[in-house]
Design a protein around this ligand. Structure first.
Ligand SMILES: Nc1ncnc2c1ncn2[C@@H]1O[C@H](COP(=O)(O)OP(=O)(O)OP(=O)(O)O)[C@@H](O)[C@H]1O
Ligand SMILES: [Mg+2]
Length: 234
């Protein structure tokens, strides 16, 4: 592993990526997106990931989220190798351990804010318990007054806050966010960052946050960049 992407400090590593490679083929043309990514994230660490459009940030995030498999290389999450899991075990592991906020929020349009936030917990908990916790999470993100609104009845910032509540509801070990402030005005973006930082601090949550905004990136403990298919420490 390259030293520049090894973090300092004595906390245990929660995520390790070793020589991760990923290419796509489109109409016979090969695009080498990730060419050997090495990265270690310690428990409780907060990172921002930058890199120009098309550099592979979402691809890397999807691999970390176990939604996509790398072509080669090794990933360990909480000491386990998700590549060895059955599909059922992988879904349960992802649901429990990883909170994801996508670049485009992916809320379910026919469900209310409360239902959207509760869904990940309902796979393993009662409906009543899940709704109670979803209500708490939505209060935490300042949406107690919007529980019964559907996504189309919410503003962009409100939708993103529902997505954050949903990502946090199972108390995951790792929170991955793909430009959660990308479509928001600066003030709302700042509010979302402050919210994420306070929750991350409260829970010692390992957090990776993709952003093009240098001010937001600087709020995180460590800034890394994808360049030419590899990850560099900044
Ligand atoms: N499913 C796919 N099939 C083919 N090519 C893909 C696929 N997904 C991504 N790519 C290509 O891989 C490259 C990296 O895409 P990715 O979405 O990871 O970039 P990004 O850094 O997240 O960009 P942005 O900042 O615009 O969100 C792009 O050139 C894209 O066209
Ligand atoms: Mg992207």
């Amino acid at each position: 592993m390259s030293e520049n992407c090894r973090s300092a400090g004595g906390s245990p590593a929660i995520l390790t990526l070793e020589n991760i490679k990923k290419s796509y083929f489109v109409e016979g043309h090969r695009i080498d997106v990730l060419r050997g990514v090495n990265l270690e994230m310690k428990e409780g660490e907060r990172l921002s990931l930058t890199g120009k459009s098309g550099s592979g940030k979402s691809t890397l995030l999807n691999i970390m989220a176990t939604l996509e498999r790398p072509d080669s290389g090794k990933m360990l999450l909480k000491g386990e190798d998700p590549a060895t899991f059955s599909d059922a075990k992988l879904s349960a592991f992802r649901n429990r351990e990883i909170g994801i906020v996508f670049q485009f929020h992916h809320l379910l349009p026919e469900f209310t804010a409360l239902e959207n936030a509760a869904i990940p917990l309902m796979l393993t908990h009662s409906k009543k318990g899940s709704f109670e916790r979803a209500e708490n999470m939505l209060e935490r993100v300042g949406l107690a007054h919007r529980l019964n609104h559907k996504p189309a009845e919410l503003s962009g910032g409100e939708q993103q806050r529902v997505a954050i509540a949903r990502a946090l509801i199972t108390s995951p070990s790792l929170l991955l966010m793909d430009e959660p402030t990308g479509n928001l005005d600066n003030d709302t973006g700042k509010m979302i960052i402050a919210l994420i930082l306070s929750v991350a601090e409260e829970r010692n949550l390992t957090t990776l946050f993709v952003t093009h905004n240098r001010d937001f990136a600087a709020e995180m403990g460590r800034v890394i960049e994808i360049n030419e298919g590899v990850v560099l420490g900044l």
